[in-house]
Design a protein. Sequence first.
Length: 98
Amino acid sequence: MRLIETGSTQEAAMTLLFVGIDPETKTEQCPAAWVDVDMKPEPDILFQGWLADEQAQAECRKNSPHPDTEAVIRMPYRMIDIIRKACDAAEEAAAGKL
């Protein structure tokens, strides 16, 4: 995991903790996870993944309709350990341990 400072003097800076990227990636464009350790009152977890196809999105909307500002993404099974690490890091950040 590594901290990434983002932003400039003209925009609010945030600190993202990079947790991991798809272990089978062969390019830079693939599923990944970060924790926004500056988010208050608790940190958020950010995911980069593949947009779900329309059929999957329609099934998801049956339980949880989403606005245009949200998306249903797919994370491959092989990302489970990275997702767990992101959850652990978010808990540590919330407890002030990061």
